[in-house]
Write a protein that binds this ligand. Sequence first.
Ligand code: GLY
Length: 369
Amino acid sequence: MTTAEKNTMDRIHVNYEDKPCYDIVLTDSFDLLPEELEKIHISEKKICIVSESNVAPLYADTLKKLLQNHCRLVITHVFEAGEKSKNLETVYGIYETLIRHQFDRKDLLLALGGGVVGDITGFAAATYLRGIDFVQIPTTLLSQVDSSIGGKTGVDFQVYKNMVGAFYMPKLVYMNIKTLSSMPEREYLSGMGEIIKHGLIKDAAYFDWILRHQKNILKRDFQTLQEMLYISCQIKRNVVEKDPKERGERALLNFGHTIGHAVEKLKDFTLLHGECVSLGIAAAAALETHKGLLEDEDYEKILSLLKAFHLPVFTQNLDPAEIVETTLHDKKMEAGKIKFVLLNRIGEASICKTLTNEDLLYAATSIIR
Ligand code: GLY
């Protein structure tokens, strides 16, 4: 990458329905946040920082201090960390706080945290008073490269993941890449599941880049992370711009997620999302190799890159038939047919609606050791 390109790696514009919609800012502190928010005229607004119990103690006060002289009021709403909070009850809690502080339609929510915070806050923003503005401030690798971009918001309902939700665009996605240095190792590495997925479905050169930069990624070197986030966010941006409501191409981002979600559920969320995506990628790649769609050599390359980031490619104590059954209950079905994403090769993927239960069983069995 040339110096000129490096200097522009701090901002990505995102269009929605062919019009400029919001920016993704990639930087190394929270210092530029007031300036970025002033572009959406916060001086007359009340702001509610929504966060969870692990992230709020790290950054909520810093943000509050930074913003309090730039807007009418800043309050914080904190809920308990974890996927178990991703439900309507947590959303009700946010509504109550907003009502208590008389938030109206011109006010603003800031989602400070990982994917769960972003999805819940976005959904609360989409529905409170029929929609108020919100800004994503993702603090985890997974949310920075995936969930904060593209306007998917929502909650789990009963046993169904992401069953209730809305497409609702943020006004800004502000990433302080330095937040990645304080992430627990396992959670940080889990984000690599989505990043490797980006290379696999869209960009073979990026897959090789990740392979070459493993050491610096593991060390969390800032320049390397900025470049990696920049490429991943561009891949995600390009997909969601073309297909914001997931009528076609956006479904490619679900590569590794069909089996991955089933494992996540059957393991009762004891494995992290990115770890389950890694298992889902391994399962899909095994099936492709079995069907002659993917070279053995590429299968080994994929597995070894996942393993380089300590991501699981095999798991224990699961019944493959139960994985298939859970997969069939996943909502990513069309006319009773499962939509499964397969690689044509490293760097290119397509949606397959013709897989049989035997195919799924093969894929599920391949990750049980
Ligand atoms: N996380 C997949 C998507 O945004 O479509």
